[in-house]
Write a protein that binds this ligand. Structure first.
Ligand SMILES: Cc1cc2nc3c(=O)[nH]c(=O)nc-3n(C[C@H](O)[C@H](O)[C@H](O)COP(=O)(O)OP(=O)(O)OC[C@H]3O[C@@H](n4cnc5c(N)ncnc54)[C@H](O)[C@@H]3O)c2cc1C
Length: 338
């Protein structure tokens, strides 16, 4: 097997590395592993031990930090209330704007938490993150974020939540460490001319690029990452990620030591600035983009010797575990070919 990547390293967007001060950072923004699938967790456990980690996020609203996703503590602190679980459920029932049909992300949020929470926590974050109004995004984008009547302040509720003990790059190095696997970085697939010598190709780049953008480019949202090391600050913020829905040009700040459990006298953080141009990071979940993708997908489905897997090749807003699941399913299909 021959694995290539046009970047100078393996591990895709999950790539992590030690920065100049010796702190393990994620070059392409924070990656937190979580899955409900025992099978996927077990598969990855063949290549890494784990550091247990449950991600926690706070959102800054009018200079105060609140638990996010919204839970009972968020309500009690924001509105000066003392709701119990049943009260919190009644609160949401009172403030929600009932929608018969959930057509987009605005409908999802208004239907579950109402206008004030929507405007404080979601509206401007979405505008910054996507450069679009929530009403222009598919419902699935907002539906990823739960609303809780209890005080659970974990960002994810999956059974398996952990970080690879020595990082993602090491985990992928272990996965690729096999006498039948040859890895070459800094090689663009487009420049590989003798493709016929491969009995099968698994393509993980953008599907529109594979087909020379013949139906036009698929839209992506990009990001600029601003990494910073603070040598004299042991902890910059109380949790892994702090969201800034209403202030600043960046959406959020992540402090890596929270994620990895690393001990260090200083700390390293990253700010994420969404932008239209640049590396394709997020497929933009809109109906018209899905229609365009389907045209490319029809070409891909007719290929016998090429399998398209991953966020860019399948134009899906996939998490890491979902990509692992898609890759395992694709591997099974390829191995079981007649
Ligand atoms: C900011 C950010 C935060 C994220 N946080 C999380 C998180 O907390 N948890 C989570 O589960 N998921 C997270 N994700 C999603 C995660 O990054 C993806 O699910 C995962 O990286 C997808 O793997 P992939 O192999 O499909 O794509 P990628 O990781 O993007 O890998 C594709 C690779 O293909 C290479 N490539 C592309 N075109 C070519 C070409 N022509 N020739 C050669 N090589 C090429 C690219 O260089 C890249 O290395 C996040 C994503 C981003 C952008």
């Amino acid at each position: 097997m021959h694995v290539i990547d046009k970047r100078p390293h393996i591990a895709g967007n999950a790539f992590d590395e030690y920065d100049e001060s010796g702190i393990l950072i994620h070059r392409y923004g924070p990656h937190i592993f979580h899955t409900a699938s025992e099978r996927i967790f077990r598969f990855l456990s063949r290549f890494t031990d784990w550091h247990p980690y449950e991600h926690r996020v706070r959102s800054v609203v009018e200079n105060e930090l609140y638990p996010f996703p919204i839970n009972r503590d968020t309500l009690n602190r924001l509105y000066g209330l003392r709701l119990d679980e049943a009260d919190a459920a009644a609160f949401f029932e009172r403030v929600r704007e009932h929608r018969d049909a959930i057509r987009n992300s605005e409908d999802v949020v208004l239907n579950s938490v109402g206008r004030d929470l929507y405007e404080k926590f979601f509206l401007n974050y979405t505008r910054k993150q996507w450069g679009l109004e929530p009403s222009q995004l598919k419902a699935g984008v907002a539906a990823r974020i739960p609303t809780r009547t209890n005080t659970d302040d974990r960002y994810f509720s999956d059974t398996y939540q952990a970080m690879p003990l020595h990082g993602y790059t090491r985990m992928f190095e272990n996965m690729l460490d096999h006498p039948n696997i040859r890895v070459e970085t800094g090689v663009d697939f487009i420049d590989v001319s003798d493709r016929d010598r491969y009995s099968h190709i698994v393509y993980t780049g953008p599907i529109d690029a594979y087909y020379g953008y013949r139906f036009g480019p698929l839209p992506y949202r990009s990001l600029r990452f601003e990494h910073e090391h603070l040598p004299k600050v042991e902890w910059f913020q109380p949790v892994g990620t702090v969201n800034y829905p209403n202030d600043h040009a960046y959406t959020r700040i992540t402090e890596f030591k929270h994620l990895t459990g690393q001990q260090h006298a200083g700390t390293s953080i990253v700010r994420e600035y969404p932008q239209a141009e640049g590396e394709p990071y997020y497929p933009i979940p809109r109906d018209e983009n899905e229609v365009l993708f389907k045209r490319y997908e029809a070409l891909a489905l007719a290929e016998h010797r090429v399998t398209f897997v991953g966020r860019l090749a399948q134009y899906r807003y996939y998490n890491m575990d979902q990509v692992v699941g898609a890759a395992l399913a694709a591997a099974k299909r390829i191995l079981e070919r007649p």
